[in-house]
Design a protein around this ligand. Structure first.
Ligand SMILES: [Zn+2]
Length: 450
């Protein structure tokens, strides 16, 4: 018994180590999102999980040792691994039915079911599945902004880093800092407390804000997520400033959920590092964000008729709801076009996050997340190169990880993806990622069988 246990333990040790191998990846094209330049043909030399050299194969091959492992992707286009800067791996919830939504709102029924009907352990195992599915679709780094069942995202991050389960690099935030009640303000107070506490850290003062940051530090979070109320009555600018000060002391960034103009102003005044969603942002606020270097994290989750696509696979909608929920497929939505144009014209830094937490019939989590590319381009008119920057170079900078991910450059992690076609000509190529490498390890290679 002792012997077999020891044998298993040894195998685990070996597989958890990164083998000291050298790999050469070759492809017809390599797109640099920062410049838009294409290197053709291209080779990437990888040593111990990191990129050592990038250039034409004739040049790079000279520096490859004898016996180097060669991965030839033929006519494919290589890109940096994709980054989803706003996701919720530990939620995979059904869009509420029409009658339920009318009575309880859009998010609360789903969230309540996820927290009250599942244990934190079940949720982290769900998160492991979502993480694996994201990685299979080319998302090699994700920032998980809350809904973590206390510390589920931090535990998942550590399990992935230890090689126990497959998944992207995760920046974990553990519990969201919210005003008292969190998203459950309408919940019966007699039963609300433990439900609220699993999901949120309630903050009503600067001291509570600092304590909440420290509580999350216990789980070694990578980022702090704060929610500002739409009416600005909950967490105020001075309270947010205290939270930011405490987080920055430990060199952690603060991502702030803010939708309304009032909430966005609190986020700006309180010193947020990024503003999530930002739906009602004014041009004046965009200028302030540019001047202060605050990132705009665009979340196009529901654009491009997303909810109609989800509903069509599940329940019958009234004609009224159908009109309310859906943009018509393939037609640009003027409000989304002007939203994206205003952000891009302002000079404020921006990235994109999926905010994916929904179960989409017939799609894996990765495939559901990849719906953002068509949403940004087809529905909002964002040029393909900017779409790609939003999930590579720009996102890496927003996360503070520009030294390790987001570009195919020497010294960075060897996180690469490849598509068959040209993503600048057709950005939906990103929905069809055929090669994924994370840290020099091949996760997926659909080109290999051809
Ligand atoms: Zn979110």
């Amino acid at each position: 018994m002792a012997t077999s246990f020891f044998a298993l333990f040894s195998i685990g040790q070996i597989t958890a180590q990164t083998p000291a191998t050298v790999t050469l990846v070759k492809a017809a094209r390599l797109l640099d999102p920062r410049t838009g330049n294409v290197l053709s043909p291209a080779a990437v030399l990888i040593e111990n999980g990191k990129i050592k050299e990038v250039g034409p194969p004739s040049q790079v091959q000279v520096h490859a040792p004898a016996g180097v492992k060669i991965i030839d992707l033929g006519s494919a286009t290589l890109l940096p691994g994709l980054i989803d800067s706003h996701t919720h791996l530990l939620l995979n919830v059904n869009v509420p039915a029409e009658a339920e939504m009318t009575r309880y709102g859009f998010f609360q029924p789903a969230l309540l079911l996820a927290v009250a009907a599942k244990s934190p352990a079940e949720r982290v195992l769900l998160g492991a599945q979502m993480a694996h599915e994201d990685l299979e679709s080319g998302f090699t780094t994700v920032r998980n902004l809350g809904h973590s069942g206390i510390d589920g995202d931090a535990a998942l991050r550590d399990a992935i880093n230890a090689g126990r389960v497959p998944g992207p690099r995760i920046l974990a935030s553990a519990r969201k800092l919210t005003p008292p009640g969190g998203y459950f303000a309408a919940l019966n107070p007699a039963v609300a407390d433990p439900i609220v506490r699993e999901e949120f850290l309630e903050v009503a003062s600067s001291d509570e804000g600092r304590r909440a940051v420290d509580a999350n530090f216990f789980y070694k979070v990578d980022v702090i997520k704060v929610v500002i109320d739409d009416d600005g009555a909950g967490i105020t600018a001075p309270v947010l400033a205290a939270i930011v000060e405490e987080a920055h002391r430990a060199h952690k960034k603060v991502a702030v959920h803010a939708g309304t103009t009032i909430a966005i102003q609190i986020a700006i005044d309180g010193g947020a590092d990024s503003i999530e969603h930002g739906n009602d942002v004014t041009d004046e606020q965009l200028k302030l964000m540019r001047d202060k270097g605050i990132f705009f994290d665009i979340t196009p989750t529901f654009w491009n008729g997303f909810l109609n696509k989800v509903y069509e696979g599940t329940i019958v909608m009234s004609p009224e709801l159908k009109t309310r929920m859906g943009a018509i497929k393939g037609r640009r939505h003027p409000a989304n076009v002007s939203f994206v144009q205003r952000i891009m014209k302002s000079g404020a830094k921006f990235a994109v996050g999926s905010d994916m937490c929904w179960f989409v019939p017939g799609k894996t989590r990765g495939e559901a997340t990849a719906m953002i590319f068509a949403a940004l381009h087809d529905d909002a008119g964002m040029p393909p190169l900017d779409v790609i920057r939003s999930v590579t170079t720009n996102a890496a900078e927003m996360l503070g990880w520009q030294d390790r991910v987001g570009a195919v450059e020497p010294g960075k992690f060897a996180d690469l993806v490849a598509v068959a076609g040209d993503p600048i000509a057709d950005v939906t190529e990103l929905e069809r990622i055929r090669f994924v490498m994370k840290g020099g390890q091949v996760v997926r290679n659909d080109f290999a069988s051809h």
